[in-house]
Design a protein around this ligand. Structure first.
Ligand SMILES: [Zn+2]
Length: 277
C-alpha cells in the first residue's frame, strides 16, 4: 500500500493568512445582512436568530481542536487544469483570493481534549467544496496517514459534489477516496463524518456516507441530486423537509444531529469511547 506520499510537507496552521476576504452574509433565518467576520467570530452563527452559516474550514479547526494542536499536511497542493477547461485557471485564482484557501479541503493531525486524531475539513467557500483531483487526493492522503499512524479520522463534509471542470478526473476521486477509507476501516480504526450544509453530489455518493458514525449539523441539506432535479425526474412532489438532516435522521441514514456549539464535546466523547489513549 502506498497511500502516504513521502514528500508530504507538514506546516503549522498558525502561519496561515487571516480570513479577511469574506465580506457580507445574508441570514436566511431572520433576513438580516451582516459583516461576515462578525458572524464567523460568533462560530459562523447569526447573532440575531441563531441560524447557522456555512463555516470556513480554518474557523472550524479553531472551534473543534485543541488550541495550537493542528498540524496541516499538504497545504500547498494546487489544482491543475487537466481538461484545459475554459476559465478554470482564472476561477481557481479568484476562489483562492476570496476564501484564503488553496483548495476545497484542509487536512492534518490534531488533538481534541488531548486525544489524537487525523482530521479533514472541507470548505464550501472554495468552489462550493467541489471535489476535484486535489480534494480527492488529500482525502486519500489523510486516510492513508490515519491508517499508517493508527489514528481515528474525522471528516467534516461540505460539498456541492464532483467538480465539473475536471470531468472524469473528479469522478475518479469517488472510488479512490472510498478505497482509501475502506483500508482505514479494515484496520478497525474509527472514522467519524460530520455532514454540514450542504453535503451533496459525488461527495455524498462516496466518502460522506462511509463513516462508522455519521453526525450532521441541524437543517443541513444532505443528498445526491437536488430536490428540483428529483421532482422533474420522478414527476412528483417531494415530502416536507426532504434531504434535511432531520428528515434523514428519521430514516436512519445518519446517527445523530448535533448543534455546532456541542460538536467539540461530542467528538471528544466519541474518541474517548472508541479509541485507546
Ligand atoms: Zn439570522
Amino acid at each position: 500500500m502506498k497511500l502516504f506520499s513521502e514528500s508530504i510537507e507538514v506546516e503549522n496552521a498558525a502561519e496561515r493568512p487571516k480570513d479577511d476576504a469574506l465580506e457580507k452574509l445574508h441570514c436566511g433565518g431572520c433576513g438580516k445582512d451582516m459583516i461576515a467576520d462578525i458572524a464567523h467570530a460568533n462560530d459562523s452563527t447569526c447573532p440575531y436568530c441563531g441560524a447557522l452559516f456555512r463555516q470556513p474550514a480554518y474557523k472550524r479547526i479553531e472551534m473543534i481542536v485543541d488550541s495550537g494542536s493542528f498540524i496541516e499536511i499538504e497545504r500547498e497542493a494546487e489544482s491543475k487544469d487537466p481538461l484545459s477547461f475554459p476559465g478554470y485557471k482564472t476561477k481557481i485564482a479568484s476562489e483562492k483570493t476570496k476564501s484564503n484557501m488553496q483548495e476545497g479541503v484542509i487536512i492534518g493531525k490534531a488533538t481534541i481534549k488531548g486525544q489524537r486524531t487525523a482530521i479533514a475539513v472541507m470548505d464550501s467557500y472554495f468552489m462550493m467544496g467541489s471535489m476535484g483531483t486535489v480534494v480527492g487526493e488529500k482525502i486519500v492522503i489523510i486516510a492513508g496517514f490515519a491508517t499508517m499512524n493508527r489514528l481515528p479520522l474525522i471528516i467534516f463534509c461540505a460539498s456541492g459534489g464532483a467538480r465539473m471542470q475536471e470531468g472524469i478526473h473528479s469522478l475518479l476521486q469517488m472510488s479512490r477516496t472510498t478505497i482509501a477509507l475502506a483500508r482505514h476501516s479494515e484496520q478497525k480504526l474509527l472514522h467519524v463524518n460530520v455532514l454540514t450544509h450542504p453535503t451533496t453530489g459525488g461527495v455524498t455518493a462516496s466518502f460522506a456516507m462511509q463513516g462508522d458514525i455519521i453526525i450532521a449539523e441541524p437543517k443541513s441539506l444532505i443528498g445526491f441530486a437536488g430536490p428540483r432535479v428529483i421532482e422533474q425526474t420522478v414527476k412528483d412532489k417531494l415530502p416536507e423537509g426532504f434531504q434535511t438532516s432531520e428528515y434523514l435522521l428519521g430514516k436512519g441514514l445518519i446517527d445523530r444531529i448535533v448543534d455546532r456549539k456541542d460538536l467539540r464535546d461530542t467528538l471528544a466523547e466519541i474518541l474517548g469511547l472508541h479509541c485507546k489513549r
